[in-house]
Design a protein around this ligand. Structure first.
Ligand code: AMP
Length: 215
């Protein structure tokens, strides 16, 4: 089964998906992480995605379908959290058509955060270039500036986390991804949670919904 975590860039989908994976036995599938791996390896997919990702724009749907099929796999017994997909209505329809028999979508849970807060979160975000751990210069600083607490790697700012790209990504979200919320509302799969404030509070609410829908 699949639980879709949806919301704007910076809403905390990745962080919450990691927590759910660790505590409730889900597997997190992040299309953003998968694409970044392909860019690093300079595969055909990576080459197609690189410039678009740096510009904060969406990578074409056919490329994403390839990523999705590879990442999700065919194991019916797996509980999958999807972070970053679908990002438009066409992808939501594709997910249904391509995956429904093996992995039906049980819920689409929206982490709702105001634009001002999203900008603050994204502009202060730093990620480890080695292990991918995420920090924030104010809200969650590393013990030693610029150094990852987890593996000692160097912390960097994602190329799409500068102010101009953040604005593009939030506009793309409003235009292309917000209609996905209606798609799931109509399918009776939509849930919304306030994504601002304490991480554990958000987690508790989110886990409550996940446990009910996955019974
Ligand atoms: P994320 O890590 O989820 O913020 O994704 C980073 C970037 O990867 C996005 O800004 C897009 O350029 C690309 N990307 C990730 N998922 C998708 C998707 N489902 N459709 C199109 N582009 C995507």
């Amino acid at each position: 089964m699949i639980v879709v975590l949806t919301g704007a860039p910076g809403a905390g989908k990745g962080t919450q998906a990691d927590m759910l994976a660790k505590r409730l036995g889900f597997r997190k599938v992040s299309t953003g992480d998968a694409l970044r791996r392909q860019v690093k390896l300079q595969t055909e997919i990576g080459k197609k995605a690189d410039a678009l990702m740096s510009a904060g724009r969406l990578v074409p749907d056919d490329v994403l379908l390839q990523v999705l099929m590879t990442e999700v796999g065919q194991d019916k017994n797996e509980k999958i959290l999807l972070d970053g997909y679908p990002r438009n209505v066409n992808q939501a329809k594709t997910l249904k058509m391509a995956m429904d028999r093996v992995h039906p979508v049980k819920a689409a849970i929206h982490l709702d955060v105001q634009r001002e807060e999203l900008i603050g979160r994204l502009s202060g975000r730093r990620v480890c270039g080695k292990c991918g751990a995420t920090f924030h210069v104010k809200a969650n600083p590393p013990k030693n500036e610029g150094i990852c607490d987890v593996c000692g790697g160097g912390l960097i700012r994602r190329s799409d986390d500068d102010p101009e790209k953040i604005a593009v990504r939030l506009d793309v979200y409003d235009r292309d991804t917000k209609p996905v919320l209606d798609f799931y509302r109509q399918a009776d799969l939509y849930h919304v949670i306030t994504g601002s404030g304490d991480l554990e509070r958000v987690y508790k609410e989110l886990a409550g919904v996940v446990k009910v829908v996955c019974q």
